[in-house]
Design a protein around this ligand. Sequence first.
Ligand SMILES: [Zn+2]
Length: 249
Amino acid sequence: MTKSAAANIRPIHEHGANVLYQHGTLAQLVPGLLEGTTTIGDLLTHGDTGIGTGEGLDGELIILDGVAYKIGQSGVAEILPDDFTVPFASVHRAAFQYQCERADIGLEDLNRKIVEANGRANTFFAVIMRGTFSFIKTRAVIKQQAPYPTLEQVADQQAMFLGHDVKGTMLGYFSPLMFNGAAVAGFHEHFLADDRSIGGHVLDAVLERGDILSQVFDTLVQHLPVDNPEYRSHDFSNDPIAEAIAKAE
Ligand SMILES: [Zn+2]
């Protein structure tokens, strides 16, 4: 990973490509505030690329090129309609810049090297990896019904998927440590196979060969469901936010 090229990637201000838009906040999921408070249609007005989850933790969402997909219990991706509701999602307008090409590298190593190379540990940025993954391990949380359980209660209710020699796209957002709670500190990555046969929240991967592109944000727009009754009345003072996020994500 060439340090100089990666370090030169800066926010692009045309078309609002410097803005990361987030609806809801990860900490809301901890006590089970899982009602869908925005829609895919609305999210798509703020970006053409993103990740999130559906109402009641209904699947793992990935938005690529303006199309929203859900990976549910089957592990197979389906395209979502505009009225599908969402409690938590991050989206942005894609203007990725080429960072490097990598071969035969595990996810943990890759993520660490990306941050090292771009020197952006205190900056929100997105990374997209397109290529062949010799190994991919993903999960999808099982959809919950109201009254919703806490995030810790659903942490073990998930379907796991394994893929080998899969062509696809991994999209991740990096959040600075000081924003843990608003998002997962570090990387949060979702995957979609080109043939949509596998996808979800990425637990592990090995990139056989692929291009890595990144996009740096200088602005976070944090939109909150201010008129949702549960959100308005919830008392967060006793919720174990950092512990639950560390355990579930
Ligand atoms: Zn996820």
